[in-house]
Design a protein around this ligand. Structure first.
Ligand code: SAM
Length: 265
């Protein structure tokens, strides 16, 4: 079970509510003296904070923030429908509904919601789901992006259970998007940004990701899109219909039907 450190006694009741919701254990502040990253709750919300940092040294802190930084920059200057992810999902004048079955810290969900898609985000890791939920709540209070956040629905749980095929075509989601953790390359560790190192420490590797492809394919009406490292093998070793390859990533697209509104005859 993951731990939660409450940084101020005034917040203890709220912290306990978070513990109940995400299956966390409330622990004392002294744990911050131990190495590694710890989930902390303070007046600024939830964050992952680096423990065991000597006085005077900078402590790495990771928080989901859709209003500033990389997410805000990408929203304003990211290239809209010209981005590879938009092309892979099939965003046009028609904005497909999407299940982001490996939501993580919600960066891709936010990009897709910015493009106008309704996004259902599944995240199984309790610390990550709590961080994302907290980030979405803060962002919902920012008038500049509140309408985008309204299009994202987070569900804490595993896609192995949550991805269930709808009985009727009209109830199917248009696109299922998968972005499981890439296999970690130890050689690259030094180049990985501190916040990504923290994230990796919490999540580890998604060794069961291959099983998600068939589930996703059964649930999507139009297509499944899988984000991979540029040179990684395709998920479940299944060749996609086609791929869009960028500088660092590749989007593998498994086509079932044209991404367009459902025509009922
Ligand atoms: C590489 S991260 C996703 C990053 C995300 N696309 C973003 O933009 O922030 C992969 C995430 O998928 C989650 N995950 C992996 N398998 C899952 C499953 N079966 N159900 C729900 N979440 C899963 C992991 O816990 C991890 O947080």
């Amino acid at each position: 079970m993951a731990d939660l450190i409450c940084l101020d006694n005034e917040l203890k009741d709220e912290a306990l509510t978070l513990c109940q919701r995400f299956g966390l254990t409330l622990v004392g502040r002294s744990l911050l003296q131990q190495d590694g990253f710890h989930l902390c709750f303070g007046f600024n919300g939830l964050s992952l904070q680096q423990g065991g940092v000597k006085p005077g040294k900078k402590r790495t802190e990771v928080q989901v923030d859709f209003s500033h930084g990389a997410s805000a920059h990408r929203r304003k200057f990211g290239g809209g429908q010209g981005q590879d992810i938009a092309k892979a999902i099939g965003v046009t004048a028609y904005k497909p509904s999407v299940i982001d079955a490996t939501a993580g810290l919600g960066r891709d969900s936010f990009v897709l919601a910015t493009l106008g898609c309704q996004v259902t985000a599944f995240e199984r890791q309790p610390v990550v789901a709590a961080l994302l939920s907290d980030g979405l709540s803060r962002a919902a209070r920012d008038p500049e992006i509140a309408d985008i956040i309204e299009r994202i629905q987070l569900e804490h749980g595993s896609s192995h259970e949550l991805l269930t095929p709808a009985e009727h075509e009209a109830d199917m989601v248009d696109v299922v998007y998968l972005d499981p953790m890439f296999e970690h390359d130890e050689k690259n560790k030094a180049q990985v940004k501190k916040d990504m190192q923290a994230f990796r420490q919490v999540v580890g590797q998604d060794d069961d990701a291959d099983d998600l492809l068939a589930r996703a394919y059964a649930c999507a009406r139009c297509r499944v899109v899988v984000k991979r490292a540029r040179k990684a093998r395709p998920l479940a070793d299944k060749e996609p219909t086609y791929s869009l390859t960028g500088k660092a990533n590749r989007f593998d697209v498994y086509v079932k039907a044209k991404v367009a509104p459902l025509v009922v005859e």
